[in-house]
Every structure is written in C-alpha cells, then in structure tokens.
Design a protein around this ligand. Structure first.
Ligand SMILES: Nc1ncnc2c1ncn2[C@@H]1O[C@H](COP(=O)(O)OP(=O)(O)OP(=O)(O)O)[C@@H](O)[C@H]1O
Length: 306
C-alpha cells in the first residue's frame, strides 16, 4: 500500500507537486497518468526517498521510505533501465546489487529466471536491447521480493511483444497481492494494463478511481447502428426520445440508449439491421477531457490549420 497525504514539492517558485493525496492499493495494477510536467516523476522520487517533500508525506506500508528497515525488501523500482555498468554482465550487475543490499546470491538466479534472462546472464549489459534492459531493470527491482513495485514508463520504446510481456508481468505481480504503480504515456496500453488510475495535472490530483469509472465519467457511451432503412429507424428512435446523429458512412449514432433498446426498436418496426455495436469511450478521450485544462503547453490545431 502506498499512501500520499498532502504531498507537496517546490523547486524554487515551481510547485512540481501540489497538496497531492492518493492511495495505491495492493493486488491491483494502478496507472499513474498525467500530461508532461504533471509531477509524476517527482512524486515517484518522493515515494522512493530520492526527493524530500516540501510538505506532506508519502508512506509505504505505513512508513516513509527513510524509516523502512529493509527498503529493497519492501519496495522495488524501475526508474531508468539504462542505469547499469555497461561492461558488467547482467548477472554481475544483479550480484553487486544483491551483495550491497545484504540479499542472498541465489536470489540473483531466481530473478534472472523470472524475467527470462537466464540464457544471456553472462552477456555484458551494455550490449542489451531496450527490451532486455527493461527486463534486467525489473529483475533488479524484484531482488528483495518486495510487496510494492514502482515502474516509471516501463514500456517506452518497446516493441509489441515487449509491451505485452511487461503488461502480463505487472498483472502477474499484482495477482500475487503486490502493490504495483506504473506511469506511462501510452494510454491505450494503460487502459489494458491498469485496473485503477491516479491522474494528476499540474501537480494536483485530478482523479483517483477505477479505470472503468474514469472512462465512464468523462465519455459518452453510444450505439452505432447500420440499416438499409436508416431513415425509418432514425425516425423511430427519435420518437422514443433517443438522440440520433448520422455518422460519416451512413450509420446512425444513438445516444442515451443501450444496444438492446436500439435492437428492440428496430425489431418492433420490422427494420433490418446490418450492424448494432455499443461504442465505449476510450481512455484517451477521457484523459483529454479531464486533463485538458492542466496541460502546460497546448497545441492549437485549429490555429495551425491541421
Ligand atoms: N530538479 C528540478 N528542479 C526544478 N524543477 C523541476 C525539477 N524536477 C522537476 N521539475 C519541474 O517540476 C514539474 C514536474 O516535473 P516531473 O518531471 O515530475 O513531471 P512528469 O509528470 O514526470 O513529466 P513527464 O511526463 O514529462 O516526465 C515540471 O514543471 C518540471 O519542470
């Protein structure tokens, strides 16, 4: 469990994190989202005791990082995967970390196996691909078998296979009852990975909720329906009090109705349907809707004519 209460960080006049309170529950993957400069990295650094809050506090399993008896056994983090000595082998890197943190050597082989790097353990880490470096970073985070894990942009730059592996790996860690907090800019990926979301903008909390609630709150569910008798169907739906608009390809988009209701109206009027599909809002749409005012630098697409 991670608990932030009134967490604040100022750098001179810049308020990077502003009176932020949230909790991250065990047994779930929690996405940490916000526009550029929102304060995600600063918050993660404060959770890990790398930055000192100007006010407020953040606790891991009830204690600030500095008060943890055995930090690496309580919390593991992947912040910068390229943070390895390039000439050290993957195993030597992990052995060095294990030794300097009083962890048993056998744990090195266990974590290498967990992340699928056993076969390349003797190769120098400097020659690793980004995907392999991420796996090595995750192995390092897991060395102390911690209950709390933090991942800062773990899938940046990875190919689809690497992204899928990390997604399933994080979900597996959560299923074991661990607390998993992950920041990412890839919203479609977060929609698939995270059950809960903490969303911040300009250092302040915008929302803390389940991913489903976040999307439902900020977007509209509609039903897309296609029929060779679209005009007749449209009139019937309007008659029932639903809102109907035309889609570019001649389909109708119905608001305020479930797909069952649209299907029932069509059946009652004897109208043939070629498509009936509920349309859910995306995490991207919800994110844009709810963080719009807290983006530091807006691109005015209308002004550039794009
Ligand atoms: N060491 C520092 N000194 C001064 N200002 C800083 C420092 N670190 C961060 N900031 C500022 O604090 C704000 C939050 O930065 P932070 O890196 O935490 O945001 P972020 O959400 O991680 O952004 P991104 O998604 O771009 O990585 C920004 O305005 C940034 O310029």
């Amino acid at each position: 469990m991670i608990e932030a209460v009134g967490l604040t960080k100022r750098y001179g006049k810049t308020v990077a994190v502003d009176d932020l309170s949230f909790t991250v529950a065990p047994g779930r993957v929690t996405g940490f989202l916000g526009p550029n400069g929102a304060g995600k990295s600063t918050t993660m650094r404060m959770i890990l005791g790398l930055d000192r809050p100007s006010a407020g506090r953040v606790l891991i399993d009830g204690k600030p990082y500095a008060k943890l008896d055995r930090p690496l056994r309580t919390v593991g983090a992947l912040l910068d995967a390229k943070w390895v000595h390039p000439n050290r082998s993957a195993r030597a890197h992990l052995q060095w970390l294990a030794k300097s943190n009083g962890l048993p050597d056998r744990r090195v082989d266990e974590v290498l196996d967990l992340v699928g790097l056993t076969k390349v353990a003797k190769r120098r880490a400097g020659g690793f691909s980004l995907g392999m470096s991420q796996r090595l970073g995750i192995a390092a985070a897991l060395l102390g078998d911690p209950k709390v894990l933090l991942f800062d942009e773990p899938v940046n730059g990875l190919d689809p296979e690497g992204i899928l592996w990390i997604r399933q790996f994080m979900q597996g860690l959560a299923a074991e009852g661990r607390t998993v907090l992950v920041s990412s800019h890839l919203l479609s990926e977060m929609a698939l990975t995270a059950q809960d979301l903490v969303v911040i903008g300009r250092g302040r909390l915008i929302s803390q909720s389940s991913t489903t609630d976040f999307v439902e709150r900020a977007t509209e569910n509609t039903v897309r329906v296609r029929s060779p008798h679209a005009d007749k169907l449209g009139a019937m739906l309007l008659d029932k009090g639903f809102t109907v608009r035309d889609d570019a390809d001649g389909a109708l988009v119905v608001s305020g109705a479930t797909s069952d209701q649209v299907g029932d109206v069509a059946a009652a009027g004897g109208v043939v349907l070629h498509e009936l599909s509920p349309q859910r809002g995306s995490l991207e749409q919800a994110f844009m809707q709810l963080t719009g005012d807290s983006v530091e630098y807006h691109t005015d697409l209308a002004a550039t004519g794009k």
